[in-house]
Design a protein around this ligand. Structure first.
Ligand code: UDP
Ligand code: MG
Length: 313
């Protein structure tokens, strides 16, 4: 019987400080696996430091290392999406370059896969060395996302997971461009099991996820998995109509009964105007976010541009 093959997909953005160590640790653990071949796909997401150089050096010595290099920074989700297009293995592991997701866990994940599970997703039992701010925002994000979305997206789950080739093929066949992967992996179904682990501290360097990128990821996640914010716009509209009807009745009543209490109406008018224009602008903004995404998709522009491929036919 032919050996099965494990593919690792690892995105890198300005990871010159971790690239070498990442390869070493991953390779060590892959070589321990008996009866499995392996391949490692590194995606260089437009880093301008030595990341690519280091990776190229590794790929020269090791044919199982493949590199996809982008023409510029397209983001973490785009990098993983690109990597998934080139996998040739039977089981695919997606992990971060910074060794926060320990490669030592791969054998255990493979065992679960051999038992017939098709998506083995890493669930963070604890997180070392992450700021209170990050933990709090992450928690809020998953709360909001699950309140809004129709598919259950497990909390404390990142992109670290082992998936069956079948699932990757399904994800690759989805036509949407802006892929929010951890949502899609949950959405596609199949046999899923959580895999608890302790998330380690970053091996070296700094996080490549500043607040701006986190917010983009969060809004991508919410918008691609829920239309509830749009319905919220409707609810806000109805609420403000009700409020204005109440105000109208109040005004009529005071007029009819000659209460003369509305002459000094400046404040109330200002409050009403600013409040309702606030609601309107907010509603337009929510709609604009969706329209913008629709616009993006209709342009059919690729999610990333590959500048260079190494060890890939
Ligand atoms: N990453 C990427 N493109 C980006 C930002 C991040 O490919 O624009 C990669 C990064 O190199 C790492 C992974 O995505 O392998 C996760 O990033 P990071 O560890 O900085 O995020 P954090 O763990 O702090 O959430
Ligand atoms: Mg990290």
């Amino acid at each position: 019987m032919e050996n099965k093959k494990v593919t690792l997909v690892i995105p890198m953005y300005y990871e010159e400080k971790v690239a070498e160590e990442c390869y070493k640790r991953v390779k060590e653990n892959l070589e321990k696996l008996e009866n499995y071949e392996h391949e490692i796909i590194f995606v260089n997401d437009g880093s301008k430091d030595k990341t690519l150089e280091i990776l190229e050096g590794i790929a020269q010595k090791d044919n199982n290392v493949k590199i996809i290099s982008f023409s510029r920074n397209f983001g973490h989700q785009a990098s993983v999406t690109a990597g998934l297009q080139y996998v040739t293995g039977d089981a695919i592991v997606i992990m971060d370059a910074d060794l926060q997701d320990p490669p030592e866990l791969i054998p255990d994940m493979l065992r679960l896969w051999e038992e017939g599970n098709e998506v083995i997703y890493g669930k963070r039992k604890s997180r070392e060395g992450e700021s209170v701010f990050k933990l709090f925002t992450a928690k809020m994000f998953y709360k909001t996302l699950n309140a809004l979305s129709d598919v259950e997206i497990p909390k404390d789950t990142g992109d670290f997971r082992l998936v069956d080739r079948k699932v990757v093929d399904t994800i690759n066949s989805l036509p949407e461009h802006n892929k929010f992967l951890r949502g899609l992996f949950s959405w596609v179904g199949y046999k899923q099991v959580p895999f608890e682990y302790e998330r380690k501290e970053r091996f070296a360097g700094e996080t490549k996820y500043p607040l701006k990128k986190m917010l983009k990821l969060a809004s991508d996640g919410i918008i691609s998995f829920s239309t509830k914010p749009l319905k919220l716009v409707g609810a806000l509209g109805i609420a403000s109509i009700i409020i204005s009807v109440i105000l109208l009745i109040y005004a009529l009543v005071s007029y009819i009964f000659n209460l003369n209490n509305l002459s000094a109406g400046w404040t109330s008018i200002m409050v009403a105007i600013t409040f309702f224009s606030g609601i309107q602008l907010m509603s337009i903004w929510i709609i604009a976010e969706y329209v913008g995404r629709i616009y993006d998709e209709t342009k059919q522009r690729p999610q990333y541009i590959i500048d260079k491929k190494i060890n890939i036919k």
